[in-house]
Design a protein around this ligand. Structure first.
Ligand code: 6PG
Length: 247
């Protein structure tokens, strides 16, 4: 069930009573709606831990049997510098929790090469893939839906505060050096994220409540997540009671 506060001050926020189930139901309903008008849906998956329960719920019956998986193409919002077999791999998590479980065809799977020896080359390759496969507007690929998480520091995808990738206004995909975690990660840029038709944040837990409140109340521009404002699309924040506690 989706609780809508009486006079919802932040219409883009949905507080979900059963987060994984409600988010999976929303995804299934949204996909069915898009596929009633289009043959293909292009979705970029979020990484981290929050989405895992949503992906697992999507894979379980009845949803797992109800969706036209062969009509959905799966991409990534970002990837860590690890092989897909590594526990930290976002793509590995997506495959184990959803793609392999429901049997998404290989031709529908478009992972980033997070562990490439040359991350800049891998970023350029992925950008070319997106520009080749997706509709574009002004040389920016347009996803039907981008799922995102958010860290307590306000990062999203692998766009962290005070990093070049966060500030990048030129590229579609970047290899972002993130000194805070000592990694270079591949990530869609804000330019690409904000071109999407739909962007859904998946944010749960008390540890994110203050950041979410600051983004909703103060437009704290230091947070990369506060810069996600699709120019021609909708941004939804799917949360639980704990993350929405300070709204
Ligand atoms: C990643 C994600 C990142 C993640 C946030 C939230 O590769 O880590 O893309 O942006 O969504 O860090 O992570 P949790 O869902 O684990 O809190």
């Amino acid at each position: 069930m989706i609780k809508m506060p009486m006079n919802n001050p932040h219409p883009e926020v949905r507080v979900l009573s059963h987060f994984a189930l409600d988010a999976a139901d929303m995804f299934a309903d949204w996909v069915a709606g898009v596929l009633s008008e289009c043959e293909i849906v292009n979705v970029a998956l979020a990484g981290g831990t929050t989405p895992k329960a949503v992906y697992e719920t999507l894979a379980r019956e009845p949803l797992g049997k109800s969706l036209s998986w062969a009509s959905i193409h799966f991409y990534q919002g970002d990837e860590r510098p690890v092989p897909v077999t590594h526990l930290e791999s976002n793509w590995g998590m997506a495959c184990a929790s959803l793609l392999d479980v429901v049997g998404v065809p290989e031709v529908n799977r478009h992972p980033m090469r997070g562990d490439a020896a040359d991350p800049d080359e891998a970023a350029g390759e992925y950008a070319s893939l997106l520009l080749d496969r997706l509709d574009c507007r002004e040389d920016i690929p347009i996803f039907d839906l981008i799922l995102l998480g958010m860290g307590a520091d306000g990062h999203t995808a692998s766009l962290f505060p005070d990093t070049a990738g966060f500030a990048d206004a030129e590229h579609v995909v970047v290899a972002n050096d993130v000194p805070q975690i000592g990694q270079t990660r591949l990530s869609l840029t804000l330019r690409t994220i904000n071109a999407a038709r739909e962007v859904w944040f998946l944010v749960t837990g008390r540890q994110k409540a203050e950041t979410l409140a600051r983004i909703m109340h103060s437009q704290d521009t230091a947070f990369p997540a506060s810069h996600v404002r699709p120019t021609h699309g909708r941004c939804l924040w799917l949360t639980d009671d704990e993350a929405a506690d300070l709204l």
